[in-house]
Write a protein of this length. Sequence first.
Length: 131
Amino acid sequence: MMNLFASQSPALLASRIALAFVWIYQGAVPKLVCQSPVELGLLSHLGPLYGFMCSVMGYGEMAFGLLMLLTPWRWPFLLNIAAMLSLFGFVALHEPHLLVEAFNPVTLNVTVIALSIIGWLEMGKASSSNQ
């Protein structure tokens, strides 16, 4: 495991750690530990099982965070960008008032997308230098 991290550039490592932290925190704290009313309100648009879905999504987000941290592949960075754009669209459609709140989805999504682009580019550099 340490070899995986030792061979990465500081930018890639910082990107991975930050993205993993965001996904693990967002999965654990507002969905599992404290079930945020805002999260539950957003998920209520998914139907009557939204409480159950909140837990499922929490565990899924935590797993995705681990994938972002530990994967040897580039594609999760692209999947992360697609997820951020999809989640942003979902919030904009169903709860647009959240887009102007403090620490809102706009700032979080732009930051996470930027970190994903950095990770994608850094992994590309590493794979081209290994050839």
